[in-house]
Design a protein around this ligand. Structure first.
Ligand SMILES: Cc1cc2nc3c(=O)[nH]c(=O)nc-3n(C[C@H](O)[C@H](O)[C@H](O)COP(=O)(O)OP(=O)(O)OC[C@H]3O[C@@H](n4cnc5c(N)ncnc54)[C@H](O)[C@@H]3O)c2cc1C
Length: 309
């Protein structure tokens, strides 16, 4: 890790100002944020740290910033909550934060990244760490990702120990979206790019590519998976059910759901008994530690599979 975590002050939603925007590739917009309210902006030091962005009603308008409550947030009564989306911090420097947005149609955040101009404001929560990188077991680290997880992949390449052998499977829409940072040239990184795949515009193929590749199941390999939820679920099922891969060596996060509106309609249409079963399972999931949690997640995903979700 090359960044020292900043000691946390009381968490708040910062008012960040857009310094510049840049089209990195056909599929990715970069937005750099700064302004005086980021002078004390912290970092967790975790390369896949994420933030919540609170958007104004229009890119030129002022965002309504909530008050932080625990890991959540709230607005005073009568104030309409701002739209919120979750993104990875691609890079962090004192007073400056960079975020890379996948370009896609019909997305509030994606549209904001295209339309906002320098001087525009957005609410930025404190960063949250995900995987406990300090406890990364020695051996190979395999990353399975789509374009939404590429910013995190790039930071992992830059910030994990060069002794860690890295293997990356990543699907993008276009050859020009395939991008790794300079640090990839000075360490062992084996990369499999899958083009015209996943990312809402093509069938996803990254799980298949990963599943065809050899994998060490003796604890000497760790797998980090992030991206579209059906893809991450498929990889998880393969790891757990087919390979009995150790849960302690797996870190998996669903970043988004393809065609979410249709998914939500199918979810809402589930019968009352299935909703009640899922509520019970989610409560159990929240209450359980480690391995027991994974078993509850198996059950949740089995319900999804059974319901065609
Ligand atoms: C921890 C975490 C970190 C993340 N980091 C990043 C990041 O660094 N960069 C990034 O781009 N995304 C990242 N995401 C994913 C991002 O939050 C979602 O893609 C989000 O839905 C985008 O918001 P939106 O307003 O553009 O689209 P929404 O309004 O949420 O969705 C509108 C429609 O667009 C579709 N859609 C959403 N995202 C995509 C996509 N990527 N491609 C194609 N269709 C899509 C939905 O299915 C829906 O039909 C991250 C998510 C998490 C949970």
């Amino acid at each position: 890790m090359n960044q020292t975590p900043t000691p946390p002050g009381p968490p708040r939603v910062h008012r960040a100002i857009v310094l510049e925007t840049e089209a990195l590739s056909p599929g990715m917009m970069r937005v750099t944020l700064g302004g005086s309210d980021l002078d004390d902006y912290p970092t967790t030091g975790s390369p896949d740290e994420y933030v919540r962005l609170f958007f104004a009603d229009e890119p030129t308008a002022e965002p309504r910033l909530p008050r932080v409550v625990g890991r959540g947030w709230e607005y005073p009564e009568g104030v309409a909550p701002a739209e919120m989306r979750t993104y990875t911090i691609r890079s962090h420097a004192p007073g400056r934060v960079t975020i890379d947005f996948v370009r896609h149609s019909g997305g509030l955040a994606a549209d904001w990244a295209e339309r906002v101009r320098p001087g525009g404001a957005v609410g930025l929560s404190q960063p949250f760490a995900q995987f406990t990188w300090g406890e990364l077991p020695p051996g190979r680290l395999t990353l399975v990702a789509d374009a939404t997880a590429l910013p995190a992949v790039e930071r992992i390449v830059e910030e994990t120990s060069p002794e860690t052998e890295l293997r990356i499977f990543c699907e993008v829409s276009d050859e020009r979206d395939a991008r790794l940072p300079e640090a990839a040239t000075s360490r062992s990184v084996d990369t499999v790019w899958i083009y015209r795949a996943g990312n809402g515009s093509h069938a996803s193929r990254v799980a298949d590519a990963f599943m065809r590749a050899p994998l060490a199941t003796d604890g000497s390999e760790t797998v980090w998976i992030a991206g579209e939820s059906a893809m991450t679920r498929r990889v998880r099922t393969h790891l757990r059910k087919t390979l009995a891969f150790p849960a302690a060596n797996t870190h998996l996060v669903g970043y988004w759901t393809d065609n979410e509106e249709a998914w939500r309609d199918r979810f809402d249409a589930l019968d009352a008994a299935t909703h009640a079963r899922l509520d019970t399972l989610y409560a159990a999931y929240a209450a359980q530690p480690g391995a027991a949690r994974e078993a509850v997640l198996d059950e949740i995903y089995a319900v999804y599979e059974g319901a065609g979700l």
